[in-house]
Design a protein around this ligand. Structure first.
Ligand SMILES: [Zn+2]
Length: 122
C-alpha cells in the first residue's frame, strides 16, 4: 500500500483522465480547443516517473508528438516554460501559475483545484 509517508493513494490513469477532463472541461490547456485528441501532458519531468498522479503537474493538451499543441510545447520549450505549461524539476507545479486556455492565469492544486491568480500578486 502507499499510505506511508503521507503519500496520496494512487489512482488509475483512467481516473486521472476523467478528473482532468472535469477540471479543464475537456479542452486543450494551450489553445482551448475541444475537438482535438487530448492527451495528458506532464508539466514537470519529475512527474513522468512518479507513481502517483499529481493533478497540479498534469494538463490536457491536444495533438501528438508531431502535431498540435503537444508538438508546439516540445518545439518551443522557452515559450512553454514562460507560460507555465512546463515547470522546472526543482519547482512544485502547484506553486507555478499557468496561462491556461480555459481558466486564465491560475494555480493548479494537487487535488485538481483551480485558483485564479489575482492581479495584485503580480
Ligand atoms: Zn491545443
Amino acid at each position: 500500500m502507499y499510505f506511508m509517508n503521507g503519500r496520496p493513494e494512487p489512482i488509475t490513469e483512467a481516473q486521472v483522465t476523467a478528473r482532468l477532463n472535469e477540471r479543464d472541461r475537456g479542452r486543450c490547456a494551450v489553445c482551448g480547443c475541444a475537438s482535438g485528441v487530448l492527451a495528458i501532458y506532464p508539466r514537470s519531468s519529475v512527474h513522468t516517473s512518479s507513481p502517483r498522479f499529481d493533478l497540479a503537474g498534469l494538463l490536457l493538451v491536444c495533438g501528438t508528438a508531431v502535431t498540435g499543441c503537444r508538438q508546439w510545447l516540445s518545439n518551443e520549450p522557452g515559450w512553454a516554460r514562460s507560460h507555465g505549461f512546463t515547470v522546472a524539476a526543482h519547482h512544485d507545479p502547484a506553486h507555478v501559475p499557468v496561462e491556461h486556455a480555459v481558466h486564465g492565469l491560475v494555480l493548479l492544486g494537487h487535488d485538481g483545484a483551480v485558483t485564479p491568480v489575482g492581479e495584485e500578486g503580480a
